[in-house]
Design a protein around this ligand. Structure first.
Ligand code: 6PG
Length: 244
């Protein structure tokens, strides 16, 4: 484990073992937090990486008391929930349904609706449910993935200025497909108590090293702007993503 002033990097050899370690660490923190407040707010990312993490969460023994957890999404593709590319759809099949999480405990981004309108609606919902009445809502956990192009959430390099939007949510556009996505902005992400990058695979090694170690031309990547105001930044990398 490597700790510097602003971040902790945890490296676990295999992607399955990494997911199990992340799930165990998360569960341990959750167990403490749920004794201290009405509910704990967790924002999940999409893409393929979280699937192993969800599987590990479902297999936790002893299980977590999920009743005190409220799930949100960091970003969502502008597609219906039953679309193969829906981040919510993937999480529902792999996590929410197996854990029988009640619909009252999760808040999906409505990918089927108008993107700009949904970004405004979701930002307001976050203020209402995860907010404290003043300032930017502080999520207890925000899980992030990392694209090989250095995007995170759905803020892409060609639109890096959207990271600094005043709004809590905005609309990103995938550079290749043109697909619109509703996404958290940096203002909301950096307010979180725990920001956790979960990155696996050798194809991510170069970008993960540049961003986590701030080397080369790292500032051109949206992921390099993840910088918690008061919280902590943790990297969970498998050996391949760590370039080990
Ligand atoms: C999304 C994600 C995105 C993802 C990265 C990594 O909606 O796709 O939120 O930011 O985390 O693209 O994706 P993989 O886990 O598939 O590599």
């Amino acid at each position: 484990m490597i700790r510097d002033m602003a971040q902790t990097i945890k490296i676990v050899d295999g992607k399955n073992e990494l997911a199990e370690r992340l799930a165990a660490d998360f569960a341990g923190q959750l167990q403490h937090l749920i004794t201290t407040r009405e509910y704990v707010t967790v924002a999940l990312s999409g893409g393929s990486t979280p699937g192993l993490f969800f599987k590990a969460l479902v297999s936790l023994n002893p299980p977590v008391d999920w009743n005190s957890v409220r799930f949100f999404w960091v970003d969502e593709r502008c597609v219906p929930a039953d679309h193969a590319e829906s981040n919510f759809g993937a999480a529902y099949r792999a996590l929410l349904k197996p854990l029988a999480i009640p619909e009252s405990n999760y808040y999906r981004i409505r990918g089927e609706d108008n993107p700009e309108g949904e970004a405004r609606w979701y930002a307001q919902l976050i203020m209402d449910v995860a907010g404290s009445g003043q300032g930017v809502p502080v999520f207890d956990f925000i899980f992030l993935g990392l694209g090989t192009d250095g995007h995170t959430a759905s803020i892409f390099p060609h639109q890096i200025e959207r990271w600094d939007a005043e709004d809590l949510c905005t609309v990103g556009i995938h550079p290749e497909t043109g697909q619109k996505r509703v996404t958290f902005t940096g203002r909301l992400i950096n307010a979180a108590t725990r920001i956790i990058f979960h990155v696996i695979g050798k194809e991510k090694a170069e970008i993960a090293q540049m961003v986590s170690r701030k080397t080369g031309n790292y500032t051109v990547y949206p992921a390099s702007r993840v910088d918690p105001l008061n919280g902590e930044l943790l990297w969970y990398l498998d050996a391949e993503a760590a370039g080990a």
